[in-house]
Design a protein around this ligand. Structure first.
Ligand code: NI
Length: 153
């Protein structure tokens, strides 16, 4: 009898922001890189001016990985630098701005539209992107969890 039965060891994969960012070559197109319950972690590069909008049903979290993000609010603005985050409360109008390219992560519930109630040309089809980035091709709502529910980007 062997002393111990060898158990195959599973190698779990962490999400590396730099690896994900290296695959993004456009601006203002958030990609879902992971989900937690009903929340999505989106990675995006931005440059220049966005449009005024708000999200009537949810707060929105910005975590800056590189660069300096400026978020204009109707009564002021905030500068969010690499290693910093800011939460825009639900229903508060905001306009992100990046004088130079900013790389950042957004955290918000599944299905939130980047332009909120404003619509227009800058509206990203995040759900389509999510499907395109999912190796299994299973829509987000029906995807079964893998470790950390990581979506390949
Ligand atoms: Ni927003």
């Amino acid at each position: 009898m062997p002393d111990a039965i060898a158990t195959p060891e599973r190698l779990y994969q962490s999400v590396n922001f730099a690896d994900k960012l290296a695959k993004i070559h456009d601006h203002w197109q958030p990609r879902v890189m992971a989900e937690m319950n009903d929340y999505q972690f989106k990675i995006v590069k931005i440059l220049g001016d966005f449009l005024w909008h708000d999200h009537p049903d949810t707060d929105e979290t910005f975590i800056v990985l590189d660069g300096v993000l400026r978020i204009d609010l109707r009564d002021g603005h905030v500068l969010v630098r690499a290693g910093e985050m800011f939460v825009v409360p639900r229903g508060v109008e905001h306009k992100p701005y990046a004088e130079r390219e900013v790389q950042m992560m957004l955290i918000e519930p599944r299905g939130v539209v980047n332009t909120g109630n404003a619509g227009g040309d800058m509206t990203a089809e995040v759900e389509a992107l999510t499907k395109a980035l999912t190796t299994t091709g299973i829509p987000p709502g029906r995807r079964r969890k893998r470790a950390g529910n990581v979506i390949d980007l």
